[in-house]
Design a protein around this ligand. Structure first.
Ligand SMILES: Nc1nc2c(ncn2[C@@H]2O[C@H](COP(=O)(O)OP(=O)(O)O)[C@@H](O)[C@H]2O)c(=O)[nH]1
Ligand SMILES: [Mg+2]
Length: 217
């Protein structure tokens, strides 16, 4: 009996692991700091190597603990290891609307996701630095929308500087990741029931609804 943990109730219902990827300097660390600490510090950032931050959000009535991993500068040298992708529930692919290059590289990042992340990982495309005005913005909203539609991705415009849409994009990511975790749990339960009983309960699972009453971790 694990006595010390008896009666212990975690302060969350689910955990999801989210990765931030994209070219260097697009604002990944800034987005994470804005979301987790609600701050923005232009000077410090390039020297700060963040590993991950944790924030718990209430999504669909559940407390979802989001463990958000930042690349801490490895993307500069293209040395992000495959281990980084392993076990990710959701991936936020960030580019910078003032950088044509970061937009063009989306394809390459998607290839890396296909290669290293699990097949049905949840993905969100994040167009950061949308606070800039005039011709500093080189990637128009129309091009972003076209690209997102082509890849079947949800795209959200953000600004880590002003805070615009930052909470929203992480919440959307959390929602998609939570859906994935719950779907996987249902599948696992079905497989287990099938194995234990020799009964195919897929038909039950497909009927939707809440699916398997309230799992607690
Ligand atoms: N104007 C503007 N600048 C930003 C924004 N987010 C980040 N930056 C700046 O872009 C640079 C790179 O940001 P950083 O978060 O280090 O990017 P990372 O390399 O992707 O982690 C820094 O100088 C930030 O101050 C934003 O939303 N708007
Ligand atoms: Mg960074």
């Amino acid at each position: 009996m694990a006595a010390p943990t008896r009666g212990y109730k975690p302060s969350y219902d689910e955990t999801v692991k989210i990765l931030l990827i994209g070219e260097s300097s697009v604002g990944k660390s800034s987005l994470l700091i804005r979301f987790a600490d609600d701050s923005f510090s232009p000077e410090l950032l390039s020297t700060v190597g963040i590993d991950y931050k944790i924030k718990t959000l209430e999504i669909n009535g559940k407390r979802v603990k989001m463990e958000i991993w930042d690349t801490a500068g490895q993307e500069r040298f293209r040395t992000i290891t495959t281990a980084y992708y392993r076990g990710a529930t959701g991936i936020m692919l960030v580019y910078d609307v003032t950088s044509e290059k970061s937009f063009k590289q989306i394809n390459e990042w998607l290839k890396l996701i296909d290669k290293h992340a699990s097949e049905n990982v949840a993905k969100v495309l994040v167009a950061n630095k949308c606070d800039v005005s005039g011709d500093r913005r080189v990637v128009s909203k129309e091009r972003v929308d076209a690209q997102a539609a082509e890849f079947g991705l949800t795209c959200i415009e953000t600004s880590a500087l002003s805070g615009f849409n930052v909470e929203e994009v992480f919440k959307e990511m959390g929602k998609m990741a939570l859906n994935r975790v719950e779907a996987e749990k249902r599948e696992l339960q079905q497989e287990r029931a099938k194995r234990d009983n020799g009964v195919d309960i897929n038909a039950y699972g497909k009927s939707g609804g809440g699916g398997g009453g309230g799992c607690c971790k």
